[in-house]
Design a protein around this ligand. Sequence first.
Ligand code: DC
Length: 232
Amino acid sequence: MHAVIAIDGPSGAGKGTVARAVAAALGYRHVDTGAMYRAVAWRALQLGLDLDDEEAVLRVSREAAFELDGSRVSIDGADVSAAIRTAEIDRAVTPVARQARVRAELVARQRAMADDGPVVMEGRDIGTVVFPDAPVKIYLDALPEERARRRANDPAHSASATQALEEIAQAMARRDDHDRTRQASPLSVAPDALVIDTTRLSVAEVVERVMAAVGARGLVAAPLAVHERRRP
Ligand code: DC
């Protein structure tokens, strides 16, 4: 297994932005595991499945071919990067993420990604379940009002264009509540995680703290691939 930097926390805490910047700084792969749960929900809806039918959703996740590149995601050849960030998928992903066997399938795939090279992986259970031995675990949080405001301003999320801030805040609170109280791998803070409240911090300040934690664990930037090396 290669180096893993686990970044967990509720939605709107800044995981995506921070994970992307840290991955770029280190030359690590950035994996957004929320996009995998969303893509499974999207595919299950497309197939007309009942999202509470665990067998059916499990089959979709087992058979799915994912291509993940930061916030871009394809499932079974369809680029769903935009289609999975809608209010409909926000709702559909909750029953999918609740199912223990679906989680086990996606967790196995996430673990396999760290066999290919070092990763910055963001989600809800990365430091607690997927990689409990990750050398760096970060838990990002922020006040609910600030998280809702960020989601409303997120151009990648089409809900921002159609929903009022109050509606976004309510839907987010409901989803967070499901994530924190579900039986299978609920969102929780790993005992050895560095908790950062991002409410009043700039992205650069958060990234600086994460990079300090990375440096403290002796992790360094991945060597550039041969084709990326500059000629003298
Ligand atoms: O990070 P996000 O909002 O794209 O995540 C979508 C949903 O998937 C959210 O309800 C939490 C869930 N999720 C999860 O249960 N475990 C993960 N590792 C990542 C996301």
